[in-house]
Design a protein around this ligand. Structure first.
Ligand code: HEC
Ligand code: HEC
Ligand code: HEC
Ligand code: HEC
Ligand code: HEC
Ligand code: HEC
Length: 257
């Protein structure tokens, strides 16, 4: 069988659409075997068909996401042939960034959505008709590439941050991608407005790394603070201060004499 037709039933039972039967979305004629081949051509509902204008899903802002998506490189090049389902499997999607409280899990889940195509020669070619550029080569200007791809999402560098949306959907062309290290590795990091902004993350780590990044204006990403060094610097500071005080006292006493 075509490997893309083998579905992960565990992932389906964890997904947002777990209450659905297959035939709620697909034709009920699929119950007959072998399936009629023309069923393949039947149009399927997209996210907005079901979620558009529905107040119970308002917090996800489907309409605004669609508007942003329509500005993205993918839509500009492929139009309606590139739909939401190219990234979001309706079978297995889980709203991860909104609900997970682990940065590494969020990054992993999100990046897999992009890599499922950008790292899959067949799938990429099916969409574009040409070979996929090798991601490792394109990004070889980035040191510790593997570490970065585990700690930041592709969308951190490839989208314009939109405050009103939980997840920015406007993927910009490559000449607008973030290349400057200081966009993240600075006290005023871009990540504060994107990856680290989620309340679900902040709540969990009251005194963890995330909240110290957010509250400490001089914290720089990638420079982990060592508690031992911090203690040592305080000890040195107090020692210097005591030295100055004793020195001044001696000078005052000497003058009096
Ligand atoms: C919430 C709606 C929904 C449900 C429920 C659903 N599907 Fe799908 N399915 C889709 C959509 C949409 C696509 C087209 C994906 C695309 O455009 O890439 C699809 C595609 C497929 C494909 C083609 C392979 C692929 O992933 O593109 C197969 C096979 C399939 N579904 C089987 C199933 C089976 C079996 C079930 C029940 C366990 C099921 N589907 C439940 C929406 C659904
Ligand atoms: C056939 C209609 C249909 C389609 C198509 C569909 N959804 Fe849904 N979706 C639903 C329904 C109904 C629920 C509520 C399921 C439940 O009650 O658990 C839901 C639930 C969700 C949820 C969880 C909402 C919550 O707060 O629990 C998200 C997120 C979501 N869908 C995203 C999407 C995305 C993204 C797409 C397109 C890739 C999509 N849906 C396509 C009908 C649909
Ligand atoms: C280029 C890939 C891509 C496309 C195309 C795409 N999305 Fe997304 N979308 C993502 C990623 C990545 C996330 C973050 C996943 C996560 O952690 O929940 C996301 C998250 C979402 C969420 C959850 C946001 C939240 O507040 O929790 C919704 C809803 C959504 N997308 C809807 C859509 C709709 C509707 C479309 C089509 C108009 C679409 N997406 C097209 C990549 C994409
Ligand atoms: C640290 C920032 C950063 C991260 C993280 C990042 N990229 Fe990039 N990416 C760039 C920059 C900058 C360029 C432009 C490079 C150039 O033109 O030399 C680029 C180029 C690209 C291109 C264009 C390829 C071409 O030449 O046609 C694609 C596709 C791409 N990235 C996908 C991804 C994917 C998928 C991920 C996640 C796995 C990702 N990027 C993560 C910064 C990043
Ligand atoms: C279903 C396949 C697919 C998925 C999923 C996908 N892309 Fe793409 N992407 C493409 C194709 C095909 C192109 C080439 C467009 C072109 O020919 O200019 C592209 C182009 C790009 C470019 C380069 C634009 C340029 O200027 O050349 C970037 C950056 C990019 N994608 C980032 C992402 C990110 C980030 C994600 C995940 C959120 C993602 N893509 C998900 C297929 C995909
Ligand atoms: C999109 C944001 C982003 C950009 C852009 C970025 N980085 Fe990073 N970088 C990170 C994150 C997040 C980590 C993980 C650090 C952590 O967990 O504290 C990291 C880690 C590192 C580390 C390892 C530090 C350690 O603690 O081991 C080095 C070295 C590094 N980056 C250098 C660079 C350089 C050089 C550039 C520019 C060419 C760059 N980074 C661009 C976000 C970024």
């Amino acid at each position: 069988m075509n490997p893309y037709y083998i579905l992960d039933t565990i992932a389906i039972s964890n997904g947002v659409h777990k209450p659905f039967d297959c035939t709620d979305c697909h034709s009920s004629e699929y119950k007959a075997y072998p399936h009629k081949s023309e069923l393949k051509l039947q149009p399927l509902s997209n996210c907005l068909d079901c979620h558009g204008g529905d107040a119970s899903f308002a917090k996800y802002k489907f309409e605004e996401i669609e508007k942003e998506f329509k500005k993205s490189v993918h839509y500009k090049v492929y139009g309606e042939n590139f739909n939401c389902s190219k990234c979001h499997s309706q079978h297995t999607y889980v709203a991860t960034a909104r609900n997970s409280n682990n940065v590494l899990d969020i990054v992993d889940y999100n990046n897999k959505m992009c890599l499922s195509c950008h790292n899959d020669m067949k799938k990429y070619k099916l969409v574009s008709g040409h070979e996929n550029p090798k991601l490792v080569v394109i990004h070889d200007w980035l040191p510790n590439q593997e570490l970065h791809f585990r700690h930041v999402r592709c969308i951190e560098c490839h989208t314009e941050v939109k405050d009103s949306l939980m997840v920015s959907h406007n993927i910009l062309s490559k000449d607008h991608a973030v290349k400057k290290c200081a966009e993240c590795h600075s006290a005023n990091s871009k990540l504060k407005a994107s990856l680290y902004k989620y309340q679900n993350l902040q709540k969990r780590s009251e005194n963890g790394t995330i909240s110290s990044i957010l509250t400490n204006s001089s914290y720089t990403i990638g420079t982990h603070q060592s508690p031992l060094l911090k203690l040592l610097s305080i000890v040195i500071f107090i020692a210097v201060l005591t030295g100055i005080i004793i020195h001044s006292l001696f000078r005052i006493f000497k003058k009096k004499n």
